[in-house]
Design a protein around this ligand. Structure first.
Ligand code: PXP
Length: 247
């Protein structure tokens, strides 16, 4: 069985850099560490307000070309243009509200079918692997399938919040059912948001989930353990051979 892939979201390295605008920590140096510890891809979210990742970062990361690049972006014409100019290996369409601290919920694919069916083909035509960031909801998955995207990324934010108070079982079941439904439809299934050392194993053991995208925890925990050690420990948890055998 394929091991689950890990994409590391480096937005908050850029947050720290932007606090002083002196050019450090340099995200191009951080990616060398990610390559060394063998993560599978780099994820960045170019937000409309450019609060962390900047346009120049997108260009430089693609040019550096150390690891596959996954560009998270809102479904706007401006972002599509940038994506088509850059041609990252993959792109994840996320909902975006200016005031939010992070991506607070999944994309409402079902109610934006007309818009998305116009918006997505240009990206798909360029052979960029497109995924849609959605809640673990069967109707949203069905809608995503009809749009011809390769994958969906299931939003694990609610699961992560409920995990803190040990009330996560029904949300975990929802994620399991959603990922099983994806595999039945032939859609690749990714997951992410709010994952950390203590809550990730239960997500990583779901064999239909092929990729995790994780950021805030990994970067924060690096203050205590360093980036290399943090990611190495995280990968040990998610790539543990026994996890994926469990149904
Ligand atoms: N996946 C997507 C689509 C996201 O928008 C984010 C947050 O930027 C993540 C994964 C990572 O979430 P976190 O930073 O909480 O690990």
């Amino acid at each position: 069985m394929e091991k689950i892939r890990l994409g590391v979201n480096i937005d908050h390295i850029a947050t720290l850099r932007n606090a002083r605008n002196e050019g450090y920590p340099n995200i191009l140096d951080v990616t060398k560490i990610l390559k060394k510890v063998k993560v599978d891809s780099i994820t960045i979210h170019l937000r409309e307000d450019r609060r962390h990742i900047k346009d120049k970062d997108v260009i430089e990361l693609k040019k550096q070309n150390l690891l596959p690049l996954n560009l998270e972006m809102a479904a706007t014409k401006e972002m599509r243009e940038i994506c088509i100019k850059t041609i990252p290996q993959s792109c994840c369409i996320v909902p975006e509200r200016r005031e939010e601290l992070t991506t607070e919920g999944g994309l409402d694919v079902k109610n934006q079918m007309n818009y998305l069916s116009d918006f997505l083909p240009e990206l798909i035509k360029k052979k960029i692997k497109v995924s849609l960031f959605i809640d673990p909801d069967l109707e949203q998955i069905k809608a995503a399938k009809t749009l011809g995207v390769q994958a969906v990324e299931l939003h694990t934010g609610k699961y992560s919040r409920l995990h803190k108070i040990n009330k996560f079982n029904s949300e975990l079941t929802r994620i399991k059912n959603a990922s099983f439904f994806c595999s039945e439809l032939g859609l690749k299934c990714h997951a992410g948001h709010g994952l950390n050392f203590s809550n990730v194993a239960k997500i990583a053991e779901i064999k239909e989930i092929e990729e995790l995208n994780v950021g805030h925890f990994l970067i924060s925990n690096s203050l205590f353990m360093g980036l290399e050690n943090t990611i190495t420990k995280f990968m040990k948890i998610i790539k543990h051979p026994n996890y994926r055998k469990i149904k």
